[in-house]
Write a protein that binds this ligand. Structure first.
Ligand SMILES: [Zn+2]
Length: 231
């Protein structure tokens, strides 16, 4: 009797185990699938052309939708896809360094930095595209500005001091802004010293930065005039 009883208990126990083990396994599988789906949603929320080297054909397609002055493309994941406001401003920044376009692209590829710009110009006057114009780059410490702006980082050929910019970079900046204005229907490029103008700068929105530096800051009126004479 005792044996039979214990036998029954063992059977019941093994029956319970027979139920518990698959239940645990099923629970684990559900968890794995849920985590997988969450990762996929996060991954899918980014366009498939960001954060990787593009083929020549893909690069040509991207450049066709943006500035034809672009020499280098590496699209950053640090952006909103797409922007929510039409383009009515251009914001000029300095790099606070003399980075190559690849080096700046590597920084903007790092999602922890949460920073990007649409374009950059190196000291030789080459142009990079990191965020397509239709999307919002994270550049100016101000969402309202960045929703409306195309942002451009310009390299400094002298680090420190007045943060000088090369003539090649300045001339290309004029050319790039003219191109952006023409393609986006901006017919007058105004500099008012505040965010009422078409030309805005980082230090209008963040008093902790001197960006775009004394040298570029001293040439903003001249920049606006040079652009306007070509529009
Ligand atoms: Zn800046």
């Amino acid at each position: 009797m005792g044996d039979t009883h214990s036998d029954t208990n063992e059977r019941a126990a093994s029956k319970r185990m027979g139920f518990v083990a698959p239940a645990l396994l099923a629970g684990f599988l559900v968890l794995v699938v849920a985590v997988g789906v969450l990762c996929l949603v996060e991954y899918r929320s980014l366009p498939d052309n960001v954060g990787r080297v593009l083929t020549a054909e893909e690069q040509a397609d991207v450049i066709a939708e943006n500035s034809s002055l672009t020499d280098y493309v590496f699209l950053s994941p640090n952006a909103d896809f797409p922007r929510e406001e039409p383009i009515t401003r251009i914001t000029v920044h300095h790099m606070a360094g003399d980075l190559s376009l690849e080096e700046l692209g590597n920084r903007f590829a790092n999602r922890d930095r949460r920073a990007s710009s649409h374009y950059a110009i190196d000291s030789a006057g080459n142009v990079a595209l990191y965020v397509e114009e239709k999307n919002r780059a994270w550049t100016s410490s101000n969402r309202d500005n960045d929703e409306r702006a195309v942002t451009i980082e310009v390299a400094n050929d002298q680090v420190g001091g007045d943060w000088h910019v090369s003539d090649a970079a300045f001339d290309k900046l004029v050319e790039l802004i003219v191109d952006i204005c023409e393609r986006n229907g901006i017919t007058e490029f105004t500099y008012t010293g505040d965010d009422n103008g078409t030309l805005t700068t980082h230090n209008m929105f963040n008093d902790q930065t001197i960006c775009p530096g004394p040298y570029l800051s001293g040439r903003l009126g001249e920049l606006a005039n040079a652009v306007n004479s070509r529009l």
